[in-house]
Design a protein around this ligand. Structure first.
Ligand code: FAD
Length: 296
């Protein structure tokens, strides 16, 4: 029986595997190679790795895990998991079944892009969801926020921290009350409620937003707040409580006594360095529990 199975080899899972490997735990990490930030060109705000291509960071992490012989990485999906005596049993896409005393889900989340034709061609280059990740590179540029209602209003006001030129594009009815309209106006945010026809630009670089009424506004970047869901059905299948797309966890990312969830799958502060920290926290807690279980 393994000590730990880690489902998901993104930053959270890799970080957990590193700590557990250093604790000489028998670990299998399974990954399907589809991290959430696949569309991104550069990972920002990760201490000592600011601006690194995300795939390069992953490659370094996988390479360094080779120093720890008790950790095995497999490119396969965990397709099912269930509680078993003293642990979990998981079924892999490649047909194998594994048992471990602890299961760590680090399977990440998926973001829904707004229904704007062609937006995927710009995502990660000039269309972003997170100003903490990509705001600095767009400082003082002509920015747009996609959205309406209080969420759109708040996001547009938040972006003023990076540029004073922010337009809120509601893509239809803006659903703003008088207070919100006045606050946006006071702070210099214009609201455009025309239906968006398409984003125009070259090589993923946004140049303007075109509307169905034939008008267009020049913009260099667009930010949106995505609806999110779990990338894998495993958490739901295992009875985790999910709110706003993410799993609710207790201290050290614990969900049940032998089940942990770390990284974006369990967090609303969805930064890579936070995912890494959560993976390490879960690993710390799992190793502590294993140590106690091993004592006579
Ligand atoms: C476009 C974009 C840009 C971003 N830029 C930044 C940035 O600049 N700075 C920053 O700090 N953060 C950034 N982020 C956020 C960052 O990507 C996440 O915080 C981070 O990837 C979370 O790591 P994770 O390990 O939780 O999930 P992920 O990185 O998504 O990894 C989850 C892994 O689990 C695998 N998986 C899923 N289900 C299964 C299964 N059933 N079995 C096996 N494997 C499975 C997936 O293939 C994936 O490899 C960005 C996100 C996006 C979308």
């Amino acid at each position: 029986m393994l000590d730990v199975i880690i489902a998901g080899g993104g930053i959270a899972g890799l970080s957990a595997a590193l700590i557990l490997g250093r604790c000489r735990r028998q670990v299998i990490l399974c990954d399907t190679g589809r991290p959430r930030n696949m569309a991104s060109q550069a990972l920002h705000g990760f201490l000592s790795r600011d601006g690194i291509p995300p795939l390069e960071l992953r490659q370094i992490a996988y390479e360094q895990l080779k120093n720890y012989p008790s950790v095995t990485c497999r490119m396969t999906e965990v397709v099912d998991a269930e509680e078993a005596a003293d642990g979990y049993e998981v079924r892999l896409e490649d047909g194998d079944t594994l048992q471990a005393r602890y299961l760590l889900l680090a399977t990440g989340i998926v973001d829904a892009l707004p229904p704007v034709p062609g937006i995927e061609n710009f995502y990660g280059r000039s269309v972003f969801h997170c100003p903490y990740c990509d705001g600095w590179e767009n400082s003082d540029k002509a920015l747009a926020v996609y959205g309406g209602g209080s969420a759109g209003c708040d996001f547009a006001l938040e972006l003023l921290g990076w540029s004073s030129d922010v337009v809120l594009c509601s893509d239809g009815e803006a659903s703003l009350d008088r207070n919100q309209q006045e606050k946006l106006q006071r702070n210099g945010v214009k609201v455009v409620n025309g239906k968006i026809a398409r984003l125009a630009g070259t090589d993923g670089r946004l140049e303007r937003i075109e509307f169905h009424d034939g008008t267009a506004i020049p913009r260099q970047a667009l930010f949106f707040s995505p609806d999110q869901g779990q990338a894998s059905p495993l958490a739901e299948k295992l009875g985790c409580s999910i709110a706003g797309g993410v799993v609710k966890t207790a201290k050290f990312q614990q969900v049940h006594s032998r089940l942990f969830v770390a990284g974006d799958a369990a967090r609303s502060v969805q930064l890579a360095i936070v995912a890494a920290a959560e993976g390490a926290e879960a690993a710390f807690a799992i190793n502590t529990a294993l140590l106690k279980e091993g004592l006579l």
